[in-house]
Write a protein that binds this ligand. Structure first.
Ligand SMILES: NC(=O)c1ccc[n+]([C@@H]2O[C@H](COP(=O)([O-])OP(=O)(O)OC[C@H]3O[C@@H](n4cnc5c(N)ncnc54)[C@H](O)[C@@H]3O)[C@@H](O)[C@H]2O)c1
Length: 328
């Protein structure tokens, strides 16, 4: 298997690349190493992949149609799978930098689809990242892939939902087999510094106050990175059939066990061994109060069964945070 993997220097991308290489697959990784968060962390993730047999890296922007076409043309006879994870992530940033989302998530997704359509004749499966944020203002929990998803509360969510519709269209029109994965708050070693767990850990270690929005009454279905990687690989190995319907499926990859943010802070305090100074504030625009994944279909079709309890996952994250940032 030769996999074109976009967003390879990202949190989830680097872990997925590592798992694919460990399985003996070839990975052609793409990333633009943008400075949305510290590019040194992206470089450090890449450094762990560089030199591994079967790995190569291309510095390019997925919204650059010509660069993507040229890359695909070079490897057209080899690439049989695409894992598309590159995106402008983050809900808050989308309030102030809307065009970053248009470029990476809308234009970028279209370029990936067009690249598959025109330049990858041997493509067996395109797996791409969607998000739990597509459930937006939905009140019914747990969130099911059968639920309507037309009430986005952030531009980020709207672009992720748009990606699902673009993919549905290309599966219908051109028969490109695709699976969209709605990730639920992924966490773990080498995680994203813009996400709550990392921000809280930084604050506790530095002795700074941390802010809990909606007065701490927020619940997230935190899902450990190793479980997500298992889900991505299981999906990649199961392309929807080209015959007998539109070859496009959507799955939730979540832990199916939401945790209150207050509880998360308690687990962090215990793992770090220092107290948190907590400030409470009102709900921020773009945030949803609760995420909770119904994973019945993922269990049935992908054998997806999350294995990592939050206590263990937070401990492993803190262990990594300590060694990466060098605190005692
Ligand atoms: N981490 C989560 O909790 C979570 C939840 C839901 C969905 N997702 C989705 O999963 C995917 C991976 O997320 P992540 O947490 O690893 O984020 P990340 O920001 O760590 O990784 C994304 C990577 O894509 C790269 N990238 C962004 N725009 C690009 C462009 N135009 N061209 C080339 N590279 C580009 C970035 O440099 C980054 O390395 C994203 O699509 C994200 O929206 C993540």
């Amino acid at each position: 298997m030769t996999v074109l993997l976009t967003g390879v220097a990202g949190f989830i991308g680097a872990h997925v690349a590592e798992a694919l290489l460990a399985r003996g697959e070839r990975v052609i990784g793409v990333d633009n190493l943008n400075p949305y968060y510290d590019p040194a962390l992206k470089q450090a993730r890449l450094a762990r992949l560089a030199g591994r047999p079967g790995f190569s890296f291309e510095l390019l922007d997925i919204a650059d149609h010509e660069a993507m076409a040229a890359l695909a043309a070079r490897y057209a006879d080899q690439i049989d799978r695409v894992v598309h994870l590159a995106a402008q992530a983050g809900v808050r940033w989308s309030l102030t930098h809307p065009f970053d989302y248009v470029r990476s998530n809308l234009v970028g997704h279209m370029v990936v689809l067009e690249t598959c359509r025109h330049h990858l004749p041997g493509l067996v499966h395109l797996v791409y990242a969607s998000s739990s944020s597509v459930y937006g203002a939905n009140a019914k929990v747990p969130f099911s892939v059968e639920d309507r998803v037309d009430q986005p509360v952030s531009l980020y969510a709207a672009t992720k939902r748009a990606d699902e519709l673009l993919s549905e269209c290309y599966a219908r029109l051109y028969g490109i087999p695709q699976t969209g994965l709605r990730f639920f708050t992924v966490y773990g070693p080498w995680g994203r510094p813009d996400m709550a767990l990392y921000i809280f850990a930084d604050a506790i270690v530095a002795g700074r106050p941390l802010t809990l929005y909606n007065y701490g009454r927020m619940r997230r279905d935190f899902t450990y990175i190793d479980d997500i990687v298992q889900g991505v690989l299981a999906a990649l190995d199961r392309p929807p059939p080209r015959e007998g319907g539109v070859p496009h499926r959507l799955y939730n990859l979540g832990n199916n066990r939401p945790v209150e943010l207050v509880e998360l802070v308690r687990l962090l305090e215990r793992a770090i061994g220092r107290p948190a100074e907590v400030r409470l504030a009102e709900l921020q625009p773009g945030d949803v109060v609760e995420t909770f994944a119904d994973i019945e279909a993922s269990r049935r079709d992908l054998g997806f069964v999350p294995q990592t309890p939050i206590e263990e996952g937070v401990r492993r994250f803190v262990e990594w945070h300590r060694s990466y940032h060098g605190w005692r």
